[in-house]
Design a protein around this ligand. Structure first.
Ligand code: HAM
Length: 417
């Protein structure tokens, strides 16, 4: 019986994992330099963590969550995103009591029952970061500039930072009325989904991909014309701080995001290289979410980036793999016994090295060294054991150097570093 993986769930194979490690390393370094600490959160949560916070009338909650009853009939859900989980943990563990401002980041798989295609999977991975306890526009600009710096460090250019303000509850109330009025005037042209959501969640119209709705967007009212003075001032300061940090951005007043918890600043980092799945990272402010989880009033802002999408954009000509430094081609029992101890000593010094388990011919061992893409090969046979010296070959330059077997560990360490 041949068993295959679940549709939309992918293996990350050994040849691809160096790219993941590269991205994770840069994320950790960049985030640490901005004062973030890692939080590790569960993959499964009670369904209520997501249902209300993300919004009952969103695609995620309506049709994309992997929810199931456990053996005790408790409804559980595989996390479709990280923010609600981090907020649950922030409140449950009273992280707010530790410092006035807490900066947290997380890595890991998320699950959404979407139609799989290039850049869209049912299990996908996010790297996310959240700042808790800062209402100031400086925090908005800082986190957006951090993500753009991260992309530069990773080697990606040509990405666009799109920003918008969704205002506060009051602004959105005013805007929703204007939007409903506009959409009601074009009722016959909006898709069934938007008609159904017209009362509950009219903003979703701006996210709708249906051709008829798309056409209507051109003349739809702009949320930026409905935001109050305080929200407009906040947005203006965010833009000024982004300018001060030399972080270019574009204003996109139709960006509403697929989750309901946002207020004021929202943003997306987009590319024109991935077709429809053009958002590589996205986020925004969610000043009310902690209270929704019965925590203290805590303004917050964050983002998450899609690792699979980022990997699709990585420079394929670059070599991300960490190669085996040394391969020891050992022939004959005495040389093999000597080499088995030698690789043990070298590994203890963090030199990555390999030898075969069986006493194959030199040709076959050299072939194995080639497959491993080893940078150097040390050749030790019966003659070398007798003469007390061995040859090491640099596989790229083909240069050969002879070493005495005395003190060979230190000599190899020096040679390979
Ligand atoms: P989101 O926009 O739903 O936001 O997802 C963030 C990113 O995850 C997207 O821009 C995309 O790169 C990636 N992504 C989403 N769905 C998929 C999928 N099915 N396959 C592959 N990649 C995907 C959030 O999740 C928010 N929690 C972000 C946030 C953090 N807001 C505040 N803090």
């Amino acid at each position: 019986m041949k068993i295959t993986a679940v549709k939309g769930f992918n293996d990350i194979l050994p040849e691809d994992s160096p790219k993941w490690q590269f991205i994770e390393k840069i994320a950790r370094n960049t985030f640490h330099s901005y004062g973030f600490s890692e939080i590790r959160i569960p993959i499964v949560e009670k369904t209520e963590v997501f249902a209300r916070s993300i919004g009952e009338a969103t695609d995620i909650v309506e049709k994309e969550m992997y929810s199931f009853p456990d053996r005790n009939d408790l409804s559980l859900t595989l996390r479709p995103e990280g923010t609600a989980v981090v907020v649950r943990s922030f409140v449950q563990n009273a992280i707010y009591a530790k410092k006035p401002v807490n900066k947290l980041y997380y890595f890991g798989p998320m699950f959404r029952y979407e139609r799989p295609q290039k850049g869209r999977y049912r299990q996908f991975h996010q790297i996310g970061a959240e700042i808790f306890g800062a209402a100031e526009p400086m925090a908005d600009a800082e986190i957006m500039s951090m993500i753009m710096r991260f992309f530069t460090e990773v080697g990606l250019t040509g990405l666009s930072l799109q920003i918008n303000s969704l205002g506060c509850d009051e602004c959105r109330k005013v805007y929703k009325e204007k939007l409903v009025e506009y959409l009601t005037g074009h009722k016959e042209n909006i898709c069934d989904n938007c008609t159904r959501r017209l009362k509950k969640n009219p903003l979703r119209f701006l996210d709708c991909k249906a051709a008829s709705c798309n056409e209507l967007k051109t003349n739809a009212p702009s949320i930026l014309d409905s935001i109050c003075g305080a929200c407009a001032d906040h947005f203006k300061s965010v833009k000024n701080y982004l300018d001060a940090l030399n972080t270019p951005y574009e204003i996109n007043d139709q960006m509403v995001r697929g989750l309901d918890y946002y207020s004021r600043t929202t943003f997306e980092v987009t590319t024109n290289m991935l077709g429809a799945q053009n958002a590589v990272a996205a986020g925004g402010r969610y000043d009310k979410l902690c209270e929704m989880f019965s925590g203290p009033k805590t303004p917050a802002i964050g983002f998450a980036l899609g690792v699979e999408r980022l990997i699709l954009l990585l420079d394929t000509s670059k070599d991300y793999e960490r190669k085996t430094k040394l391969f020891i081609a050992a022939l004959g029992q005495e040389a093999r016994d000597f080499s088995f101890k030698l690789i043990n000593q070298l590994r203890a010094k963090n030199i990555s090295c390999e030898m075969t388990y069986s006493d194959n011919s030199l040709k076959s061992q050299m072939r194995r060294a080639g497959k491993n893409e080893s940078q150097h090969v040390l050749i030790i046979g019966e003659d070398e054991m007798k003469s007390g010296s061995a040859i090491i070959r640099d596989m790229s330059t083909k240069e050969q150097t002879s070493f005495s077997l005395d003190d060979i560990t230190n000599k190899i360490m020096e040679y390979c570093s």
